[in-house]
Design a protein around this ligand. Structure first.
Ligand SMILES: Cc1cc2nc3c(=O)[nH]c(=O)nc-3n(C[C@H](O)[C@H](O)[C@H](O)COP(=O)(O)OP(=O)(O)OC[C@H]3O[C@@H](n4cnc5c(N)ncnc54)[C@H](O)[C@@H]3O)c2cc1C
Length: 341
């Protein structure tokens, strides 16, 4: 009989993140599918009662909490100590956690401490013949593996599923688990967070729209000149106003290596495609991008696709986009920005 433990930590506002709610739904589903299993939720944070209340009706048999000022910020030593204590108290055989940077850092070490095993990037959990198997991607979502393990406890770090638990809040009864925090665990102090301004961050996985810029933005235009400055203004102006996520073709991000006039805000992290990323967004708009197969293969999780290209015979016209606007992307985006105000 499996004993499931779901580990959650509070975020910087003392609440549960979207990833945490998705992990609640995964744990709930797993507990239902594994006959005879029990499941508990272990919460870590400076204060955990409010978070437990928020998921009071999720169906868990037991809430446990490791709480205190020293457990508020992300810190390997205290996070690992808290997770280890929760694993031991619950005698968990399966430990689930959302793949936050905090748990990704702490839980592999916890697996070693409790003599178990850990797997990251779990995309889905399945149960067959009473046995858990975990689905995970390899090689940037090109190979999907279905894995099982004998080792227990088995720690599974869950990637975003997009399927968050939602239910009534209530009054949860939380058992306190005491964890000693001697000086050696608190040697690292967290003085604050340094993050780029929200509008400097152009890769936004949660955005409804992917905006792809292709190499055409930096090529000679019908007037015989390149207009990289205006291209940068139009692209960033749109991405900021629409809060879209910015993607790029390989040709565009490779240009800097070839000494061309480039768009400085694009890096290889923006590259979408066979050797780039495969983002998930409900909609995508490709501009000045030819729509070649090695690029479009990165669009497999984009539902509604549109493209703007001067060439009526570009790749997008061959069944790769739902709508192709045969037009000058500079003119189109100028007009779109006017409409957005
Ligand atoms: C093994 C392998 C892996 C690859 N992996 C990737 C990958 O991961 N991602 C990727 O993107 N590519 C990848 N490629 C490269 C890919 O095949 C294409 O070369 C690349 O996607 C082309 O980029 P592009 O469409 O931006 O540039 P181009 O092919 O140069 O197209 C530019 C387009 O801009 C249009 N244009 C120009 N001006 C305007 C304007 N004013 N308005 C509208 N349209 C305009 C032109 O009509 C043209 O269609 C890979 C290739 C190989 C061989």
């Amino acid at each position: 009989m499996e004993k499931i433990l779901l580990l959650l930590h509070t975020d910087e506002n003392g609440a549960l993140s979207k990833a945490a709610y998705e992990a609640v739904e995964s744990a709930r589903g797993l507990a239902c599918a594994l006959a005879g299993s029990t499941w508990s939720v272990g919460l870590v944070g400076s204060e955990v009662q409010d978070s437990a209340n928020a998921i009071a009706s999720c169906g868990t048999g037991r809430f446990l909490g490791v709480a205190g000022e020293e457990f508020g910020p992300a810190r390997y030593a205290t996070d690992a100590a808290a997770a280890e204590a929760l694993a031991k108290v619950t005698e968990a055989t399966l430990i689930l956690a959302p793949a936050t940077s905090r748990w990704q850092r702490a839980l592999p070490g916890v697996a070693a401490r409790v003599g178990g095993a850990v797997d990251t990037h779990i995309a889905a959990l399945a149960v067959q013949d009473g046995r858990l198997s975990a689905h995970r991607w390899y090689y940037r979502q090109r190979i999907e593996a279905v894995q099982t393990r004998q080792a227990r406890p088995w720690i599974l770090l869950l990637d975003s599923s997009g399927n968050a638990w939602s239910g009534e809040a209530g009054e949860a009864s939380v058992e306190t688990v005491a964890v000693e925090t001697p000086e050696t665990l608190r040697r690292t102090t967290v003085e604050g967070m340094r993050a780029p301004r929200a509008d400097e961050q152009t890769i936004r996985p949660d955005s409804d729209l992917l905006f792809v810029a292709g190499a055409g933005w930096t090529k000679k235009q019908p007037d015989g000149a390149v207009h990289t400055g205006e291209a940068a203004e139009l692209i960033l102006g749109f991405v900021r106003r629409a809060q879209a996520s910015l993607g790029s073709s390989k040709s565009l991000v490779d240009l800097s290596g070839e000494g061309h006039d480039v768009l400085p805000f694009l890096t290889h992290l923006h590259q979408v495609g066979q050797t780039g990323s495969t983002p998930r967004h409900p909609k995508g708009l490709a501009t000045c991008c030819h729509g070649e197969e090695p690029h479009v293969v990165g669009w497999r999780f984009i539902n509604e696709r549109r493209a703007v290209n001067l060439d009526a015979n570009c790749g997008w016209a061959h069944g790769k986009a739902d709508v192709l606007y045969v037009a000058d992307a500079f003119a189109v985006m100028r007009e779109v920005l006017k409409l957005l105000g």
